[in-house]
Design a binder for this molecule. Structure first.
Ligand code: FES
Ligand code: FES
Length: 160
């Protein structure tokens, strides 16, 4: 039997400490050990982007990262995006308004990628080509991408 290792994570502001086999990836740790099933798993080899989360503020494929590699890190998942009272993040609202999701399987990964983009932009305007380049690593089988891009542009270019 494989020895378990102790992992400490801060996920969406909450502290977790658990023992896990070193072979378990971060996506499975989030889903099966912490019950945070909003992070989806598609290809399991780094291609589809469904499992994208933020690790110390930087997007990461959680299917390619071992949970033990994230020890001591701050992880943000889709569950951490809405406010505590349930108010959706403006990116979530915009994707909904612009029909940027159908089955929703890719949506958590898309949104976490866009959260990173929003931080990188720091209030600067963005054009469609740049949004599409940023989302090139997030595959969607449903929407044809236009709704996702429209929603992203609306949210990222609105600066109340
Ligand atoms: S499940 Fe991780 S990139 Fe597809
Ligand atoms: S909304 Fe279905 S895969 Fe993107």
């Amino acid at each position: 039997m494989t020895d378990r290792m102790l992992v400490r994570l801060k996920v969406n502001g909450d502290d977790y400490e658990f023992e896990i086999e070193p072979r378990v990836n971060l996506a499975d740790a989030l889903r099966h050990h912490l019950g945070l099933t909003g992070t989806h798993v598609g290809c399991e080899h780094g291609v589809c982007g469904a499992c994208t989360v933020l690790v110390d503020g930087v997007s990461a494929r959680s299917c390619l990262m071992l949970a033990v590699q994230a020890d001591g890190c701050e992880v943000t998942t889709i569950e951490g995006l809405a406010a505590d009272d349930g108010t959706l993040d403006p990116l979530q609202e915009a994707l909904s308004e612009h029909f940027g999701l159908q089955c929703g399987y890719c949506t958590p990964g898309v949104l976490m990628t866009l959260v990173e983009l929003r931080r990188e932009l720091n209030g600067q305007a963005i054009d469609e080509k740049t949004v599409r380049r940023k989302l090139a690593g997030n595959l969607c089988r449903c929407t044809g991408y236009q709704g996702i891009v429209d929603g992203a542009l609306a949210a990222l270019n609105s600066h109340p």
